[in-house]
Design a binder for this molecule. Structure first.
Ligand SMILES: [Zn+2]
Length: 158
């Protein structure tokens, strides 16, 4: 039988986006064919995560694509791909870049809204953000893991 898993995400503007996140072809003649395999579940969760992260990033950037002072639409400079690491795998995100509005002076000519949402360390190295770190984050934080890593890094840099 063919099994299709679809999700619907309603954006802040009320538009509903529907996506198929997984499709499985399953038999039903042996115990090995019954239910999802670990591989199926990993694919399902990674695809689900990819759609959720993309929708959240798009909503965040869309809300920052107008000038906070004059409400004018900001000029789009282009997109740059960034990787966001999650417990389910790395998620590529298209990160838009906008020119600051001429109505006020900014410190830089352009900015990328996602740098406000996903600070550089989360995008590049430590990528398991806040609540995604779960129990592993708590163990690392309270076991002195981070301090030992920093000490090891300092020792190897000498
Ligand atoms: Zn403006």
């Amino acid at each position: 039988m063919d099994i299709s898993v679809k999700i619907a995400i309603t954006a802040p503007d009320g538009v509903v986006h529907e996506h198929e996140i997984a499709a499985f072809e399953k038999g039903c003649e042996s115990a090995a064919e019954i239910g999802l395999s670990i591989g199926d579940s990993k694919e399902l969760l990674l695809n689900l995560q990819r759609e959720i992260v993309a929708a959240q990033a798009a909503a965040f950037c869309s809300a920052r694509s107008t000038c906070p002072c004059c409400a004018g639409k900001l000029r789009h400079k282009g997109n740059k791909p960034v990787q966001y690491r999650t417990v389910f795998g790395d998620i590529p995100i298209d990160s838009p870049r906008f020119y600051h509005c001429h109505c006020h002076a900014g410190s830089a000519q352009t900015f990328s809204p996602l740098t406000m949402l996903l600070p550089r360390p989360y995008r590049a190295r430590n990528a398991l953000a806040g609540n995604q770190m779960g129990i592993f984050g708590l163990i690392r934080r309270h076991s002195g893991f981070a301090q030992r890593c920093a000490a090891n890094r300092r020792a190897t840099e000498r």
